[in-house]
Design a protein around this ligand. Sequence first.
Ligand code: PNS
Length: 156
Amino acid sequence: MRTAFFPGSFDPFTIGHQALVEEGLRIFDKIIVAVGENSDKHGLLPMEQRKRLIEDVYRNEPRVEVVSYKGLTGDYCREHKLNLILRGMRNTVDFDYERNMMQINQRLYPEITTVLLFTPSEYVAVSSSVIREILSFGGSVEQFMPKGIDINNYLK
Ligand code: PNS
């Protein structure tokens, strides 16, 4: 069984992330969506709420599991014997960041392969940071969230 580990801040998980999971499920038997910590990013939702939101999205999808973790992504994968990391790319800015992260992980954890998928074009402008920005000014983000998810149910 091919299991991919899909790490991210997911603060919050968006329709773009959801589209990537959908793509990933064509290739992998199972996807573990993993809420991790990016030391450069300021948080909107606490980790437990980010995880709960994603669990609500995939409540009826047995091929998706949701976890949260602290520390290095590679350490978590190694400890849990996971050797496929799935990441998405929207543009060339993402490309440089993802390539660097992949190369460092490759040096530190040679047993791990990173698989990069392009974000479907209709979601390229959607990002968690845009959602945080809209929310900070009191705007509506409903159309950027997975169907049925009301971000207000997860805010502190
Ligand atoms: O959604 P993001 O911010 O792109 O997710 C980034 C995340 C959490 C996957 C990344 O920051 C991460 O792996 N953090 C844990 C620390 C780590 O392993 N860094 C990569 C070493 S280069």
